[in-house]
Design a protein around this ligand. Structure first.
Ligand code: SF4
Ligand code: SF4
Length: 171
């Protein structure tokens, strides 16, 4: 597995190849089978990975907070919804709320989330590699491979599984 320091440069180096792999999957993969392969690799690789030693997603991503999540997060840090919005959130172009800080201010020094039980859905689901419809989400997976060493590794394992490198050499 790559280190956090290596992942962005390596993923940028392979970006064109990753887009070719996306096109290859669009032509050749069965969507349900691919979801299952993503899920298996996600479970296998995260089972042996300590996210607290990485935290790159909490440092690099801009976190969207759903309106319905704000009150519970505010209460968990002892604030009213109104003061939490003023202090911690900003609005995006489409009116959605984001956490203001990046790296996230709720990341503690040991790499844990201070609002673990109330963290936004998008944090709970990141990097989404165990979710359905991965074939339609390959652009965001390729983006996540620049942030998340596990996503990078999942893509590389899938290339091997589909013998993608071998097929490119023959073409
Ligand atoms: S809310 Fe928690 S999980 Fe989400 S980015 Fe911040 S520290 Fe990470
Ligand atoms: S989900 Fe990925 S980027 Fe986030 S902490 Fe875990 S390994 Fe790192």
């Amino acid at each position: 597995m790559l280190t956090v320091k290596e992942v962005e440069a390596k993923a940028r180096m392979l970006e064109d190849q990753n887009y070719e792999f996306r096109a290859f999957l669009k032509r050749n993969a069965d969507a349900d089978e691919l979801d299952e392969q993503f899920k298996q690799l996600h479970n296998e690789l995260f089972a042996n990975y300590d996210c607290c030693k990485c935290c790159n997603c909490c440092c690099a991503c801009h976190i969207v907070v759903e309106d319905s999540e704000i009150a519970a997060i505010a209460e968990s840090v002892g604030q009213s919804t109104e003061s939490f919005i003023i202090e911690h959130l900003t609005k995006g172009e489409e009116g959605e709320y984001h956490l203001k800080s990046s790296p996230c201010e709720f990341l503690d020094e040991s790499g844990r989330c201070k609002i673990q039980h109330f963290k936004p859905n998008v944090c709970k689901k990141y990097p989404h590699t165990d979710q359905p419809r991965r074939l339609s989400s390959m652009y965001s997976i390729i983006e996540s491979a620049k942030v998340c060493p596990v996503v990078f590794e999942i893509l590389e394992r899938l290339k091997k599984l589909y013998r993608f490198g071998n097929k490119r050499k023959r073409n």
